[in-house]
Design a protein around this ligand. Sequence first.
Ligand code: ADP
Ligand code: ASP
Ligand code: MG
Length: 421
Amino acid sequence: MALIVQKFGGSSVSDAEKIKHVAARILQTQAQGNDVCVVVSAMGDTTDDLVDLADSVSSKRDSREMDMLLTAGERISMSVLAMAIQEQGGKAKSFTGYQAGISTDSDHGSARIWKIEPVRIREALKAGEVAIVAGFQGFSFETGDVTTLGRGGSDTTAVALASALNADVCEIYSDVDGVYTADPRIVPRARKLAQIDIESMLELSSSGAKILYIRAVEFARRHGVPLRVRSTFSADSGTLVYTTKPGDEMEEPVVSGVTTDDTQSKITIIGLPDIPGKAAEVFQIVAEAGVNIDMIVQNSSSQDTQLSDISITLPHSERPKVVEALRSKQAEVGFEGVSYDDEIGKLSIVGAGMKTSSGVSAKLFGALARAGINIEMISTSEIRVSVITRASQLKDATRAVHTAFELDAADTAIIYAGTGR
Ligand code: ADP
Ligand code: ASP
Ligand code: MG
């Protein structure tokens, strides 16, 4: 008898028919002799709709009230799912993040889990019930207020609960058969991976593959939680995300996947004096704005002027406040100006085998050159190479690179549900 945590994403519970299907699937797992703890997301695009609703009455998005609002989405799906299970003859009970004992810090909209004491979940499981927990929510141990864990955070709830309950496996159910070599909505011939090492999965998630939320992967790595990504709508065994390599001696693939990210902007600080301390002043301003930057590139200064340019990339949503902060300190720091560009796209290739293999960058840049795509910035880690291109060319670039690394499958990937929003 195993304890299984199953998480169903918004696309898996987007209407009554799908919720009934999920209920049947859960009962099947239970009938095979397992204890089942379920984590659900809000139905379909409910969370986005709630954000739009807030925007229609307020320009501020008060963070405490936003969390109160957004957590309502998961309360709907968890209770409806519990009733669907009961209707099919099973026993089920739903729990909010608070009732499941998930306490967090007070960082509304992006709270971090502090502790999980799933007393009521254990009780429900002991009583033979399916315990259904609302994803993506907790409560602040400091203020008692309701918090959310960041968009896509139901994955984190599932992994954290699996760890707290010492579950045998955490299964993430979505609208595709597993983790693919690229987003199948962009690359139709993306190939499903039977397994992937957790380090590569972390890089895929952090560079734009939204199939798994980065914080969930981080949590799984830190606590050794076995993860499997599967489809709600097929019997496919999905993708195993492993911390310790299972059995076989196969080498890691050089490139496991290609990701895209069109949510970034570029800011360039123009004409910065090329003397010690100036870059530090610039990054101090960015840090004070509370922004996490992704890439940094400095152009070498020209001999006559001794001035250089620094470009950074960061999330779209943070761009206005950073530009404003930099402009307010322009005279003080002594640079010539600030420009920005919201039309950039980031493409990354990720693979654990890159560490020990040469020619990867040459192949990447060759493929982009043949497709007529200009590279504007480059950054690398041990197992990732990322480039900035025009946003309008990002999809073509992804398909060209996917083909160049021989990742194309014979058949088209199936997308069972969801809107991709
Ligand atoms: P859910 O509703 O289950 O939370 P999400 O929309 O958050 O689903 O994530 C699933 C989607 O992630 C897929 O439909 C797919 O378009 C997208 N995706 C992006 N990159 C990948 C990838 N490498 N492998 C699989 N899916 C991916
Ligand atoms: N419903 C939340 C969101 O849309 C959390 C999740 O689905 O993981 O971001
Ligand atoms: Mg998701």
